[in-house]
Ligand binder design. Sequence first.
Ligand code: NI
Length: 205
Amino acid sequence: MRIGELLKSRLVVYGAVLVLAIVAGMAGWRLLAPGGGSRGTGTLVGGPFTLVDQQGETVSDRDFRGRLMLVYFGYTFCPDVCPMSLATMAQALDLLEPAAAERVVPIFITIDPERDTAEQLAGYAPLFHPRLVALTGSVAQVRQAAGAYRVYFAKVDEGGADDYLMDHVSFVFLMGPDGTYRRHFGPTATPEEIAGALREVLAEG
Ligand code: NI
């Protein structure tokens, strides 16, 4: 083999390896890409949580079995993304026929339990939807719930003790009546997209 051919065949092998790596990477990413249509197996995202609702009652994921859950993690002091996402979630519910909407529980889980007490959530949740279940808990409980949903969050420390922002990912998770992950939506998802996905899962029975 001449040196040129050798070089060429090596390039082909490297090229193939590179393409394989990219395809594998994309396949992995698709599992968590916003709106990525792939149906989840329920093993990657979601899981048990025990938290406290805006009435101060202890609530676990098992309380919502038989209904779909729309789950969003955020915090009430969020200036922009959280209110927008919660409004989108509420609008999606309002697009459904009332009987269908009743089979969906909208859930807001704070990632800022130090400021988001049950009392704080009680004033916040009704701004978006009368049935919005707003959940807080101990730092450990919130950390556990966010961990189950693979939700990243961190306090952005700007010096002020009570005046800080939280850095967090912004996904709306759609969980089936058995509590398993079905899909999720990024911040640009429309109410119509979410309502369409809800109708699909509801139609399964
Ligand atoms: Ni936010």
